[in-house]
Design a protein around this ligand. Structure first.
Ligand code: DON
Length: 606
């Protein structure tokens, strides 16, 4: 339940919050004006267009049930939002003790490893965008890397077919980056000792916490992934998933956390924890060695900076595709006036922009330490102008067969933090699949990722997210697998902090983050509305426009089909929902934390 009173505010979503929209709304599709995409919309013309679009908003389909009303929290000074209310509280505890947003983000990251075992992690990796109140900004890449013994065709059988070994079991893991990333962020921009920011996580692992319905459902729903490996004893005691109300203690994880708190990342990368990981690998036929762990290093970059209708976006550079793809999409859409939210035209233009951004993503992007990545070209306004001019406002284009340029379930987690000085951190982290590869290092109390599946195991063949990717993202030792994670910070036209946002959802991260930002900037929606709007997804290959069940009216679907789109309800896993966004946004009376009504979690602030 949401609270808007001052003081510490927490919202817990035990599962999906559904509430009915007013009945009797009829869905109509209004024709939007066909505008030639020659020049980007200036702020003035964009403002007039978006005001018109706001007036002409197409009513939501009557059967659309999502509402964010229950999942937003407002507080005057500081805010933390994540997929775990306990982890958000850990962040607030550190903020209240005088920590800054980086201290709090690191506290949340370690707490999520305890309270959100499906995705929070020490055995995975992630990305962080930091913007300090003095205007400086930084991007931290702590993505996993392929082990040194990895090879291009390691997931192909003797016939050259892709096996499931990139998704389940010991070979599926990249060398984890999370501990190196979190400790690096703290060392550079935090203010507190590691032991202090890790204290809430250690307490949660040691003393335990009560299993809520979201955790119980998650464990039960993924029992088949957990049960073949050593995590079964803890998560499926006696063969049965933990149930709501049980006290959940993780003593091995508490020991691991304590040893990291005492000696830093070296405890994980070369001490007893490294020994435990290497031993588990050897036992299960994996290839991560102590050498792999010892040589892991996170990478600092400047964030990509782009603009959209006068707003500035600070986004993640490669090895994530997220920043380039979100910026390319928005740059293309800047050439069109905002169409009414919910209109066939708005979805058409979105789909065409996504299509173009994903063609580039899937063929041209990879780890820049290994392949040339045309970052400045793909994010340039001139390139977007060319891309926009190839869009027919009346007809869908076709992606065509996968062509190699010369030259992504629901298992990730994002969190956003803003402190009372206006420092901000956007972090997305993942094990890839829920509970990663399923492999659990019992002595260390951690799940390992199955991030190797984010490589193109066989260029041109789809991975678990149906992403068809090319040579740029082929496997090589020490290489980072391409990601779609898109932690993003948005500044308003005055340059002031507005939005700290990100999502889970594999390739749908890119399309979900872009749509929520568009809903805020182009459609003037409140953050809650922007989050609960129906979403679409297009990733070029397969050439299909997916939409959420009941999200588009029959008339809108017909219009899009008549334009030539192959349009289908999104695959039903995870309820057919597209993305799970978390955001903190500025409001008149402080900061609003919003958890996507498609998922569980909580925001807390003061
Ligand atoms: O890095 C990526 O793009 C994927 N490993 C993210 C996976 C993900 O978001 C799964 N959860 N929804």
């Amino acid at each position: 339940m949401a609270q808007r009173a001052r003081g510490v505010m927490i919202v817990t979503l035990a599962g999906l919050l559904l509430s009915c929209q007013p009945a009797g709304r009829t869905a109509t599709t209004k024709p939007a004006p066909a505008t030639l995409p020659n020049t980007p919309m200036t702020m003035e013309s964009a403002k007039a267009a978006s005001e018109r679009a706001e007036r002409e908003r197409v009513p939501l389909p009557a059967a659309w049930k999502l509402s964010s009303e229950g999942s937003t929290v407002v507080a005057p000074d500081a805010m933390v939002a994540s997929n775990s209310a306990l982890a958000s509280q850990a962040g607030v505890e550190v903020l209240r003790a005088g920590g800054n947003a980086v201290d709090a983000a690191v506290a949340v990251g370690f707490a999520l490893a305890v309270t959100l075992p499906e995705a929070g992690n020490l055995g995975g990796g992630g990305y962080m965008i930091i913007r300090l109140s003095d205007g400086r900004s930084f991007a931290l890449d702590y993505r996993e890397v392929a082990p040194l013994a990895a090879s291009r065709d390691m997931f192909l059988d003797s016939q050259g077919n892709v096996t499931d070994k990139s998704q389940v079991g010991h070979l599926a893991s990249g060398v984890p980056g999370s501990v190196a990333g979190l400790t690096a962020a703290l060392a550079r921009y935090g203010t507190m000792p590691l032991a202090k920011v890790m204290a809430p996580a250690i307490r949660l692992a040691d003393s335990g916490f009560t299993v809520d319905s979201a955790l119980a459902r998650s464990i039960a729903g993924n029992a088949s992934r957990i049960s073949p490996f050593a995590g079964a004893a803890l998560f499926l005691p006696g063969g049965h998933p933990l149930t709501v109300g049980a006290m959940f203690r993780q003593p091995a994880l508490a020991t691991t956390l304590r040893s990291i708190a005492a000696t830093g990342a070296t405890a994980f990368y070369s001490g007893a924890i490294a020994d435990a990981i290497a031993a588990e690998m050897e036992r299960g036929g994996g290839i991560i060695t102590k050498t792999d762990l010892a040589r892991y290093a996170p990478a600092w970059h400047a964030p990509l900076a782009g603009t959209f209708r006068g707003y500035t976006l600070l986004a993640m550079p490669p090895s994530s595709s997220g920043g380039i793809s979100v910026l390319e999409t928005l740059n293309i859409l800047e050439h069109f006036p905002a169409s009414p939210a919910g209109s066939a035209m708005s979805y058409h233009l979105l789909a065409e922009a996504f299509r173009r951004a994903f063609v580039d993503r899937n063929t041209k992007l990879g780890d820049p330490a290994f392949v040339q990545v045309p970052v400045s070209q793909l994010t340039s306004k001139e390139y977007a102008r060319q891309q926009a001019s190839s869009i027919d406002v009346n007809r869908a284009s076709s992606t065509g067969a996968f062509r190699q340029a010369t030259g992504e379930g629901v298992n990730t987690t994002h969190y956003s933090v803003v402190d009372d000085h206006g420092n901000a951190v956007a972090t997305t982290t993942t094990l890839n699949d829920l509970y990663g590869s399923g492999v659990y290092v019992a002595d260390a109390g951690i799940f390992l990722n199955d991030e190797m599946d984010d490589f193109a195991a066989r260029p041109g063949q789809p991975n678990m997210y149906g992403l068809v990717q090319g040579e740029q993202n082929a496997i090589a030792p020490g290489k980072r697998m391409l990601s779609a994670m898109s932690p993003t910070i948005v500044l308003d036209p005055k340059g002031d902090l507005l939005l700290v946002i990100g999502s889970r959802g594999g390739p749908r991260i890119i399309t979900s983050v872009a749509q929520v930002i568009l809903n805020v900037i182009d459609h003037h929606m409140s953050y809650g509305q922007a989050m609960s709007e129906p979403r679409i997804h297009h990733q070029a290959w397969p050439d299909v426009l997916h939409y959420e069940p009941n999200g588009l009216s029959a008339a809108t679907v017909d219009s899009l089909r008549a334009m030539g789109h192959r349009i289908e309800v999104a695959p039903y896993e995870s309820g057919g929902f597209i993305g799970r966004v978390i955001l903190v946004g500025r409001v008149a009376d402080g900061w609003e934390g919003v958890v996507d009504p498609r998922t569980s979690g909580g925001a807390a602030g003061y």
